[in-house]
Design a protein around this ligand. Structure first.
Ligand code: ADP
Ligand code: MG
Ligand code: ZN
Length: 636
């Protein structure tokens, strides 16, 4: 398309140049020919020396007997026509208007050329993209139709919660009256948030396949243009298109490209991006919730999004699309294995168990690699061996992209997180633990989540101490299980949190009897900020540091004590996490008590224990790599 336009452009330019030459060619030729006075011309006519003549306005061109062309100006009252006809000289006359038009065109040509060149360069700067020269400000939203290979919800597996939320949205579009009848507002937008490769784009395409309404898709980067105003008008155009086609879905993939927080740009803000974002916000406010347009956007960088985008009335729904747990991985493998012939020994459950931290995309890749492996050795089906080899291959590649854990890492993470959870549950003032997981996400290898039962207005001293113990429990667990020397840098995130809390307790909240009720944080800020600082003596500084250390140490010892005392519960929980990877608060308590979980899809009977199956028995060649500093597990 871009090429065709380019070609057309060059053809037009070529034609223009040629006609320019023709015009000037004519004119130039006559200019150079000899100019004669009118009387000389009359004499020549009389002498029969004029072979032919052409009248062009008041100019008269004629060919003399010497075959050269002459020009003369005809006086207004001269009866040149009659004279020439009398003498039998062939005469042609040019229409006056045409001459005018020609001059007009000639005058216009330089401008046309300039415009042409300008358009050409605009086109080039845009990368000659689909929009083309005339496509400024046209949205690039594509209408996704079933021709592109229909994707349905069946093709998306392992992210059931996200799927359910979106199924509800599809229901809104199919039957808006049903929901708005009772005065409920249909959500305007849903934001899919999750790490790369978890199936966000896939999910959006599945909505398109299921909803039975037009589905426009555009990528955030399509709005980002070099020219101020282009992105904004694209947004406007996109919403106009959507309104014409309502009910419909508008999918903005990778919305962080346009939705980054304003004013956070490099070099003092990026006008174009801000304008585009503003326009997007305006348009999102500008249509009614019941108009039948639903905006779905996807991002893996929620943290960089402008807060305005997340305000109610815009993306009302936020759907988290996490990396799949063991069950989810098995289902995703199932979806992709549908397309390849499997050998009788293949057990997807075992493969799922051996691939912690794999994203959906990694798993799709795994099945594909396994099929290639099988094809290479000329097998007619994909065997377990192929999957095992493919796994190693994908893990090597995936290590850079997503967080894929070795079995050793997985086990250590399980004991670490189980440590947090057991201490958190044991200590009465800690917030209730509602979830523990060893699925890596957001830079953490695993986490234990706890939520206060009520909004927390203030923190009490005993609470703070217990929280310190819970935070330090990860390290305590690693030390108890593997010994002082084998501790990884995994707990560094915990240590950071513990230090922050402990400092706040001592320097701001006056919770240390030795240091007393003085806000030393202000003294610290005083050095750089505008608050009047006061100086702190070296002695006091030492005292503060000592107390910070003592508080953390106290928590650490408390955690160790609890874990030693509750060794069996802790052990059971760690094994439970290895088995299920994610446990809810209620499940955690059951596992700790040694009760069966009673998940319907348990199936423990046919699965060998984690350490004994064929996948995990493969010797690991990779040593435990030190993790990047931003990859520590989190405490709470
Ligand atoms: P994202 O947009 O979240 O980065 P994609 O939707 O582009 O991820 O996923 C890439 C590919 O990985 C998909 O085309 C699909 O083949 C596979 N995939 C990812 N997640 C899933 C899933 N939950 N179920 C099935 N396949 C998946
Ligand atoms: Mg995507
Ligand atoms: Zn931790």
């Amino acid at each position: 398309m871009g090429n065709a336009r380019n070609l057309a452009f060059w053809v037009v330019l070529f034609v223009l140049v040629i006609s320019l030459f023709n015009l000037f060619g004519n004119g130039a030729g006559t200019q150079q020919s000899n100019e004669k006075s009118y009387s000389e011309f009359v004499q020549a006519v009389d002498a029969g020396a004029v072979a032919e003549a052409r009248l062009d306005g008041e100019q008269l061109f004629y060919r003399g007997s010497d075959n050269r062309t002459y020009v003369t100006i005809v006086p207004a009252d001269a009866e040149v026509t009659n004279m020439l006809v009398d003498k039998g000289v062939p005469l042609t006359a040019e229409a006056q208007e045409q001459s005018g038009l020609a001059t007009f065109l000639v005058g216009l040509l330089p401008f046309l050329l300039l415009i042409g060149v300008w358009i050409y360069f605009m086109n080039r700067m845009q990368g000659g993209g689909k929009g083309g020269a005339m496509g400024f400000g046209k949205s690039r939203a594509k209408l996704l139709t079933e021709k592109q290979g229909r994707v349905t919800f069946d093709d998306v597996a392992g992210i059931d919660e996200a799927k359910e939320e979106l199924e509800e949205i599809v229901e809104f579009l199919r039957n808006p009256q049903k929901f708005s009848r009772l005065g409920g507002k249909i959500p305007k937008g849903a934001l899919l948030v999750g790490p790369p490769g978890t199936g966000k784009t896939l999910l959006a395409r599945a909505i398109a396949g299921e909803a039975g309404v037009p589905f426009f898709t555009i990528s955030g980067s399509d709005f980002v243009e070099m020219f101020v105003g282009v992105g904004a008008s694209r947004v406007r155009d996109m919403f106009e298109q959507a309104k014409k086609n309502a009910p419909c879905i508008l999918f903005i993939d990778e919305i962080d490209a346009v939705g980054r927080a304003r004013g956070a740009g490099y070099g003092g803000g990026n006008d174009e991006r801000e304008q585009t974002l503003n326009q997007l916000l305006v348009e999102m406010d500008g249509f009614e919730a019941n108009e039948g347009i639903i905006i779905v956007a996807a991002t893996n960088r929620r943290d960089v999004l402008d807060p305005a985008l997340l305000r109610p009335g815009r993306f009302d729904r936020q759907v988290t699309v996490p990396n799949p747990d063991i069950k989810g991985r098995e289902k995703i493998l199932g979806v992709h294995a549908r397309k390849v012939p499997l050998g009788p020994d293949v057990d997807l459950r075992i493969i799922a168990r051996g691939t912690p931290g794999f994203s959906g995309a990694d798993l799709a890749n795994l099945v594909n690699e396994a099929a290639l492996m099988a094809a290479r050795v000329g097998r007619r089906f994909v065997a377990m061996l192929d999957f095992e080899q493919a796994k190693d291959k994908v893990m090597m590649g995936a290590e850079r992209r997503s967080m894929v854990m070795t079995d050793a890492q997985k086990e250590m993470t399980a004991y670490h997180e189980a440590g947090h959870a057991v201490v958190g549950i044991t200590l009465p003032k800690c917030d209730p633990v509602y979830k523990a997981t060893i699925i890596p996400r957001g830079g953490a290898l695993g986490m234990v989540m706890s939520l206060p039962e009520m909004d927390r207005l203030n923190m009490f001293r005993d609470e703070c101490h217990q929280r310190l113990a819970m935070t330090m429990a990860g390290k305590a667990a690693e030390v108890l299980k593997y010994g002082e020397d084998a501790v990884s840098n995994g707990p560094s995130g915990d240590i950071q949190q513990a230090s922050q809390l402990s400092r706040a307790m001592i320097m701001r909240w006056g919770m240390s009897d030795k240091v007393g009720n003085i806000d030393y944080a202000e003294a610290h800020e005083g050095y750089s900020g505008n608050t009047a600082g006061f100086s702190v003596s070296t002695q006091t500084k030492e005292l503060i540091e000592e107390e910070v250390k003592a508080f953390i140490e106290q928590g650490y010892e408390e955690a160790k004590r609890i874990l030693t005392e509750k060794k069996d519960e802790w052990e059971r929980l760690a094994q439970g996490l290895l088995e299920y990877e994610t446990l809810t608060g209620a499940e955690i308590k059951k596992v700790m008590a040694g009760e069966p979980l009673g998940r319907d899809d348990d199936g423990d009977a046919d699965v060998p224990p984690a350490s004994g199956n064929s996948v995990t028995a493969i010797p690991k060649t990779k040593p435990r790599k030190p993790k990047a500093p931003d990859m520590e597990p989190e405490a709470t």
